[in-house]
Design a protein around this ligand. Structure first.
Ligand code: ADP
Ligand code: MG
Length: 247
């Protein structure tokens, strides 16, 4: 079976400052992988470069053995919440409908079919009754669930989520995790940039530890190993302690 993601020798920089250096890895279809690493490690940069939202200095990316451009419709992305303008005047329903645009084609507007699907996805995340609310009125957890619904509408084969659990309530986190696990059981591939190491063992099959370079990629226990972690988190003691507890 083709790998869901194959990355080879990826380099990404901002104005000459390297943020991701020589990263290579592949992700099996149907797995749920956590990307961890200190602040500024290049996690968001990596995800954006995979999606073609940032230019690569060097390297190649394939999704399901194909050119990313050919797979765009089947790949959904939930950006880091802090990078979204939540004051933008748009309803919950319209936010979710944006997820149907890639498959609609030019100059077509969502119709009955898309709206029904959007509503079904809102139901799945428990926000059917919020469809006419402004997105800015919702709590952090509700906003994150709306963005998951927007991704679900795309009926993706691969989902990339950037720190989806930051600043949200426990119930929302549980709802999101359950949906992700369901998708995984359906054979979908899930990649999550993640902060809270205590949940890593429950959530993920594999972890990818990034610190500009790829420090370690493998089973959760192997990556949370103290020696490996201390390499990446040398000056972030809190994470080392968390890793110890998580094991
Ligand atoms: P992470 O998501 O792991 O916290 P980022 O990918 O956001 O890390 O950032 C990696 C590095 O790139 C950091 O040093 C950050 O300051 C830098 N960086 C991120 N975005 C930009 C940008 N738009 N312009 C310049 N530098 C950036
Ligand atoms: Mg980030």
């Amino acid at each position: 079976m083709e790998k869901a993601i194959t990355v080879k020798e990826l380099h990404v920089s901002y104005h000459g400052n390297e943020a991701v250096r020589d990263v290579s890895f592949s992700i099996e279809q149907g797995s749920m992988v956590g990307i961890i690493g200190p602040n500024g490690a290049g996690k968001s940069t990596l995800i954006k470069a995979l999606l073609g939202l940032l230019p690569k200095d060097k390297g190649s990316v394939r999704f399901f053995g194909k050119d990313p451009e050919d797979m765009r419709k089947k790949i959904a992305y939930v950006p880091q919440r802090s990078n979204i303008d939540w004051t933008f005047p748009i309803t919950v329903m319209d936010t979710v409908l944006i997820g149907t645009y890639p498959s609609l084609g030019l100059f077509k507007f969502p119709r009955k079919k898309e709206k029904a699907l959007a509503l079904e996805c809102l139901r799945k995340v428990g926000l059917e009754d919020y469809r006419d609310r402004q997105i800015g009125e919702l709590s952090g957890g509700q906003q994150q669930r709306v963005f998951l619904a927007r991704a679900l509408v795309q009926q993706p084969e691969l989902l990339l989520l950037d720190e989806p659990f930051v600043g949200i309530d426990v119930a929302s986190e549980e709802t999101i995790v359950n949906i992700l696990k369901e998708l995984q059981q359906d054979g979908k591939t899930i990649v999550v940039v993640h902060h809270d190491l205590s949940k890593a063992k429950d959530y993920f099959d594999q972890l990818l530890l990034l610190n500009k370079e790829l420090v370690k990629y493998g089973d959760v226990e192997a990556v949370l190993n103290q020696e490996v972690m201390s390499k990446a988190y040398a000056n972030q003691l809190r994470f080392l302690q968390e890793a110890e507890v998580a094991l």
